[in-house]
Structures are given as C-alpha cells and as structure tokens.
Design a protein around this ligand. Structure first.
Ligand SMILES: NC(=O)c1ccc[n+]([C@@H]2O[C@H](COP(=O)([O-])OP(=O)(O)OC[C@H]3O[C@@H](n4cnc5c(N)ncnc54)[C@H](OP(=O)(O)O)[C@@H]3O)[C@@H](O)[C@H]2O)c1
Length: 297
C-alpha cells in the first residue's frame, strides 16, 4: 500500500485526492486547514466521492511515501508544520502549483532531491470545503526520471493524464505564458473580450511576449503559436467568464499569486537583461490595488 498525503485539499488538491482515492492500492490522507467529512467531486465523467482520512492538526501526521502540496503559492510557508511531520528520508514531495519555481520555493522546506515539480492543466473550482467541480479533463506533466515516473504511475488508474517529460522546463513556461495575460482581468475585474481595443491588444501582447522572451532565455521552448493562442483567448474572453484564480482571489479578498505568475517574469527578466515593462507595471498596480473588499481598519 502506497501512502499519500495531500496538503491543501482545495480545487486542485481535493480533485487529485478524490481521484487517487479511487485506487484501493493507495492510502490517501488529506491535510486540511478547514475540516470536512468527505470529498465529492463533479468530474467530466460524473460525480466521484472519496472518504480519505482528514487531518487538521500537523501533530497527528506521520511520514508517508508521497506528499502532494496543492496550496496556493502564497501559503507555502504555512505548510512547514505538515512537511516537518510527513516527510521522512524516503518521502517524495510533489508540488502541484502554478508557476515555474516549484523547487526554488520549497528548497528551504524539503531537500531538493526529494521534490517533484508538477505542471497541472486542470480547471477546477471549490464550491465549499470538500465540494469541488472539475470543469474539464486534466493533464499533469512532471520531469522524467525515477521520481517523475513514479508519480506518473500513481495516476495510472485515474482520468488525469499524467506524463513525464524530459523537457519539463518548456511545459512549465508554456503554461506560464498561457496564464500571463490573466493579470489584466484580475486588475480590471472584467472580461477582456467585450472591451477589446487595439490599445488593450497591445498591452496583452506585451505581457505575453515578455513572458515568452524570459522563458526562452531560461532555456524553454515556447512556440509562437502559444503566444498567439493566449492573445486570441484574451480577445474572445466572454463577459460571463469565471475569471482566473488571480481575479477570484482578489474578489474573495484573499492574497494573490501575483509573484509566482507575473512577478517571476519581471525578476527573471532582470536577471537576463530582458525589459519587462508591461509585466512590471501590471504587477505593481495589482499589488498596489490589493483586494478592495478586505477591511483595512
Ligand atoms: N483551480 C484551478 O483551476 C487550477 C488549475 C491549475 C493550477 N492551479 C494551481 O494549483 C494551486 C492550487 O490552487 P487551487 O485552485 O486548488 O487553490 P484553492 O482552491 O484555494 O485550494 C488551496 C487549499 O489549500 C489549503 N491550505 C492553505 N494553506 C494550508 C495549510 N497550511 N495546510 C493545509 N491546507 C492549506 C486551503 O485551505 P482553506 O480551505 O482553509 O482555504 C485550500 O483548501 C495554485 O498554485 C493554482 O494556481 C489551479
């Protein structure tokens, strides 16, 4: 029996935990901040339920074979008490988050050789603790190698298509490029399609091209088609779109993954001497705007 602990059973962690728990060869525990009884996930193939062990106190956790961290990036440091209890010498720790710095962001918490960065493309939303809607079939990519191959094997009996890729760097940057334009509706709080103009198109193109240029300087292969598809997706974004998680977090009064998603473009751009004026301006403005719904009293 392989033991797995999922830290952060929100939209992504809850979906992952529910799918893995369908396999009787896996023992799944979830490490939650907010308690719930069981998981119900509406998947594209119908509802699935799971009854993993739900822990809310790190003191009750014990070392496992695999930890999967699926918190937002701004909650990384708060996972330390869980990781201190769950990670033993042979534990592998999968980081299932957006961005391109999975290993760097956890290097102070887990030995880097035990970390497995994960790119996930799986749109999901949490309705309530333990209640999730998985909107489309999902894919996962990890670096090829012993750890990556072992993680792919865990997903064999799920409907999440997991694969190991020798060029994980490109997978992560292509996802970041695809996500980069979402900072615009997070700032304006409205879909870009209905207000599309040549001036807005130039801003979106600037954001996306800067991201691709920095990714390429980091060694990633980012096809021009990804840039054009991202701009087209912004151009056709419907009025009623749910919005990105940046926007959802801002509207909910939460912190936002600004640094992991667009701040990183600015930081790594500086490292390579690549100007990133569009990202720099929008990151600065979004950080300065914060969440207007949060009481500042
Ligand atoms: N949702 C998507 O469609 C999607 C798609 C691709 C990638 N991603 C990425 O996946 C990552 C997770 O996103 P998400 O949408 O799943 O976020 P989410 O729904 O906000 O879930 C995060 C979960 O982490 C929990 N958490 C935070 N700190 C914790 C701690 N110290 N101990 C235990 N649990 C903790 C939260 O607890 P509470 O219940 O108390 O809030 C919440 O349940 C992000 O990097 C995101 O960008 C998301």
């Amino acid at each position: 029996m392989t033991s797995i602990a999922v830290v952060g059973p929100g939209a992504i962690g809850g979906t992952i935990a529910a799918w893995l728990a369908q396999n009787p060869a896996l023992s799944v525990t979830v490490c939650a901040r907010t308690a719930f009884e069981h998981l119900v996930v509406e998947t594209p193939s119908g509802p699935i339920t799971a009854h993993p062990r739900v822990l809310t106190d790190p003191a009750t956790a014990q070392p496992v074979d695999w930890v999967m961290v699926a918190t937002k990036t701004y909650d990384i440091d708060s996972t330390a008490p869980w990781l201190n209890r769950l990670v033993g010498a042979n534990t592998r720790v999968a980081i299932i988050q957006n961005g391109v710095e999975h290993v760097r962001l956890f290097a102070h918490l887990v030995p880097p050789e035990q970390l497995v960065p994960v790119m996930i493309n799986l749109p999901a939303a949490r309705l309530a603790p333990g209640r999730i809607v998985q909107q489309r079939h999902g894919i996962i990519a990890v670096p090829s190698g012993v750890n990556g191959d072992a993680l792919v094997a865990l997903f064999a009996k799920t409907e999440i298509a997991a694969s190991a890729d020798a060029d994980f760097l490109s997978q992560a940057w292509v996802k970041l490029v695809s996500n980069s334009a979402a900072i615009v509706p997070a700032l304006t709080l409205r879909s870009t399609g209905p207000v599309w103009t040549d001036a807005l198109a130039a801003i979106v193109r600037g954001i996306v091209e800067e991201c691709a240029a920095v990714g390429r300087a980091e060694g990633a292969v980012v096809p021009d088609s990804v840039i054009e598809a991202t701009i087209e997706s912004a151009r056709t974004m419907d009025e009623g779109s749910r919005g990105s998680s940046l926007q959802m977090d801002r509207m909910a009064g939460n912190r936002m993954e600004i640094d992991a998603r667009n701040g990183v473009i600015v930081r790594l751009g500086d490292k390579h001497g690549i100007p990133t004026p569009m990202n720099r301006m929008l990151v600065t403005l979004l950080a300065a705007s914060g969440s207007p719904w949060v009481s500042r009293g």
